[in-house]
Design a protein around this ligand. Structure first.
Ligand code: NAP
Length: 248
C-alpha cells in the first residue's frame, strides 16, 4: 500500500510534537487527520499546514472523553472506512507542581489526572480505532513515551523525579508490550518511543532539540514494513543516526 492511501491519526496535533509528526507524515504522502481538544487551535494548525501546500483533514478529539472518542470514531468510519496509523501523542506533564518533586508528596489527584490523559486515554482511543485497522489487516500504532520511563535507567538517570509523569509513561510502555502481544498474529505493529527533550510548551526553551527532530522516530515507526518491530521501545533516532532500542 502506498503512503498516498494511508490514513494517519495523530492525537494532540495542534501544537508541539504532534504537529511536527503530522507535518512530516503529510509531507511523505499520508492523509493526516489532525486532531485537538480545542477546535479553534486545531483548525489554525490545519490552516498553517494548508498554507504549506499540505492536504490534511481535521476533527475534534479529546482523548479523555468517551463521547468525543465515539464521535471521532464514527466520523472516521463514515468518512474513510479505515485507519492505518495511530500516533498516541497527546500527553500532560505536571512537573511544575511542587509535590511532583517526590513520591512522598505527590497528590493522588495529580496522579489520577495524569494517568487519565497519559494512560487511560491512550487505551480508550486505541480500543476505538483498532477495529478500523483490523478491517483491512493493517495498522501501525506509535505510543509517545519518554526515556524517563525506562525502569532500567531510572536508578542512575539525572531527570527530575516527576512521579506522576514517569509512572504514567511506564504505564504507556506496559500497554505497548501487552497490546503487541495480543496483536501478534495481526498485521498491526505497536511500538513506543522516546522523542528526547524538545523545545515545546512541555519541554521549554532550554531543551536541546526541536519537535521536528523528535518526530523522526515516530515517522519511522508509523511507516514500518510488514513484519517490522513489534512491542519495542525506541530512542530518538537523531541521537544515534538510526533506530536504536531503549531498555524497558
Ligand atoms: N517535550 C518534551 O521534551 C518531551 C519529552 C519526552 C516525551 N514527550 C511526550 O511527547 C508528547 C507531546 O509532548 P509536547 O512536548 O508536544 O507537549 P505540548 O507542547 O504540551 O503538547 C501536548 C499536546 O497534547 C494535547 N493534549 C493534552 N491533553 C489532551 C486531551 N485530553 N485530548 C487531546 N489532546 C490533548 C495538547 O492539547 P492542548 O493544546 O489542548 O493542551 C497538546 O496538543 C507527550 O506525550 C509528551 O509526554 C515530550
Amino acid at each position: 500500500m502506498s503512503a498516498q492511501n494511508k490514513i494517519a491519526v495523530v492525537t494532540g496535533s495542534n501544537r508541539g510534537l504532534g504537529y511536527a509528526i503530522s507535518r512530516k507524515l503529510s509531507q511523505i504522502g499520508n492523509k493526516v487527520i489532525l486532531t485537538s481538544r480545542n477546535q479553534t487551535d486545531g483548525l489554525a494548525a490545519k490552516e498553517q499546514l494548508s498554507s504549506e501546500g499540505l492536504t490534511v483533514d481535521y476533527h475534534a478529539l479529546d482523548v479523555t472523553s468517551d463521547a468525543s472518542v465515539q464521535q471521532f470514531t464514527d466520523w472516521l468510519r463514515e468518512t474513510y472506512g479505515k485507519v492505518d496509523i495511530l500516533v498516541n501523542n497527546a500527553g500532560v506533564n505536571p512537573a511544575t507542581k511542587p509535590e511532583e518533586s517526590s513520591l512522598l508528596t505527590v497528590q493522588l489527584e495529580t496522579m489520577r489526572s495524569t494517568f487519565e490523559t497519559n494512560v487511560l486515554a491512550v487505551l480508550r482511543i486505541t480500543q476505538a480505532l483498532i477495529p478500523l485497522m483490523k478491517v483491512h489487516n493493517y495498522g501501525r500504532i506509535v505510543n509517545v513515551s519518554t526515556e524517563m520511563a525506562s525502569l532500567t535507567s531510572i536508578p542512575n538517570d539525572y531527570y527530575p523525579l516527576a512521579p506522576s509523569y514517569r509512572l504514567s509513561k511506564i504505564g504507556v510502555n506496559g500497554l505497548t508490550v501487552l497490546l503487541a502481544k495480543e496483536l501478534q498474529s495481526d498485521n498491526i505493529l505497536v511500538n513506543a518511543y522516546s522523542p528526547g527533550w524538545m523545545k515545546t510548551d512541555m519541554g521549554g526553551d532550554n531543551a536541546p532539540f526541536t519537535a521536528e527532530e523528535g518526530a523522526e522516530t515516530a515517522v519511522y515507526l508509523a511507516t514500518l514494513p510488514d513484519g517490522g518491530a513489534q512491542g519495542r521501545f525506541f530512542a530518538e533516532m537523531r541521537k544515534f543516526g538510526g533506530p536504536v532500542q531503549v531498555q524497558w
